[in-house]
Write a protein that binds this ligand. Structure first.
Ligand code: NAD
Length: 326
């Protein structure tokens, strides 16, 4: 089988993707800026390399000999990270730009780019109960400051490399992906993992209270990692795509409801402390899946309760084993 490159392979989604591609028999080159000991998962059979993909020379070496490229490398985290590190988030533009150039030079067959629901314009997300976000809602542009602008710009780079240079690019707008083998502390964790950690710590410490960022009424949809991987496979297998596509669950919940789900997994009830000065993100965000459904007759559908049960179990085992995120 031809070789494939997974960038950001030491991260949450990249780590799962390498494992999934290997299970399907692919020959994988896995690259991340982090030392191997800090990767969330490593596959012994993959070619695992530590490289800084902001560097054009590193991108050329990484892409050489690969038929397909999956770019999941970015300097990012949850709201706490992206609201406070806008310049770092924007610098990820170097990764995608140099990877696209390298992919063109090495005549890569297909190039996957991990975009985000953060590209959607602010005024479509300023209340908890607005309709789900359709692909067309990204324009006129007013995305999340920093991180969202980088994603929107990189999406367009993918589009124009396809239109002008014939490089086949596939762009997914992920909506809050969650699951095992990702950050649950350290500052880059996202809401599902952070809430699991807080509930587990409350349970273990006996201090039955929880801090919630914002008023807890902000809404989101959360996509289980297995659905995310399935969608990536569909997008990369498609002969054509009509531009960036949502890859997200349509099951909308408030943060308060997410906390309730985790409390029931833990078998406790906690007193809520709302921190209304903490980063909380937009008021409402959910994926409109009409386009992905019409193209693939499929959409992410793992029930949140089921995905969170698996995620909670993994984080609890990590915490009980005394492990923290690297
Ligand atoms: P992650 O932080 O776990 O993984 C990203 C990886 O990229 C990290 O391991 C990091 O070390 C690596 N990286 C950063 N800079 C690099 C560099 N210069 N060279 C090489 N590697 C570098 O994040 P994730 O959750 O796995 O997200 C993967 C992709 O999906 C990212 O592009 C992210 O923006 C996008 N995305 C994720 C979500 C989500 O909910 N997880 C939502 C929307 C978009």
């Amino acid at each position: 089988m031809a070789k494939v490159l997974v960038c950001g392979a030491g991260g949450f989604i990249g780590g799962h993707l390498v494992a999934a591609l290997q299970r399907r028999g692919a020959d994988v080159r896995a690259v991340d800026i982090k030392p191997l000991a800090e990767w969330f998962q490593t596959c012994a059979d993959a070619e695992n390399l530590q490289m800084d993909l902001r560097d054009p020379g590193a991108c050329l070496r990484a892409v050489e000999g690969c038929e397909n490229v999956y770019n999941l490398a970015a300097d990012m985290g949850g709201m706490g990270f992206i609201e406070n590190h806008k310049a770092l988030c924007m610098l990820s533009v170097l990764i995608n730009t140099h990877l696209l150039l390298a992919a063109r030079q090495h005549a890569v067959r297909r190039f996957f780019y991990a975009s985000s629901a953060c590209v959607y314009k602010a005024d479509r997300q300023d209340q908890p109960d607005l309709p789900p976000l359709h692909e067309d809602d990204a324009y006129p542009a007013m995305p999340e400051d920093g991180y969202g602008w980088e994603k929107l710009f990189s999406e367009r780079m993918c589009r124009h490399f396809q239109e002008d240079f014939g490089l086949q690019t596939r762009v997914a707008r992920f909506h809050n992906v969650y699951g095992s083998h990702g950050a649950f502390d350290g500052g880059r964790e996202k809401a599902p993992a952070a809430i699991c950690r807080k509930v587990i710590q409350a349970k273990l410490s006996g201090d039955h209270s929880i801090e919630i960022w914002g008023d807890g009424q902000q809404t989101r949809s959360f996509t289980y990692i297995d659905d995310c991987l399935h969608g990536i496979g569909l997008f990369m297998g498609a002969d054509t795509l009509p531009g960036p596509l949502n890859l997200g669950s349509a099951e909308k919940v408030s943060i308060n409801q997410l906390v309730e789900i985790v409390e029931s997994l833990a078998g406790i009830r906690l007193q809520r402390r709302y921190n209304t000065t903490a980063p909380r993100g937009v008021s409402g965000r959910c994926s409109d899946n009409s386009r992905i459904r019409s193209l693939f007759d499929w959409e992410p559908s793992t029930p949140l309760v089921r995905g969170m049960a698996a995620t909670y179990a993994w984080i609890e085992a990590e915490i009980r084993a005394g492990r923290s995120v690297r």
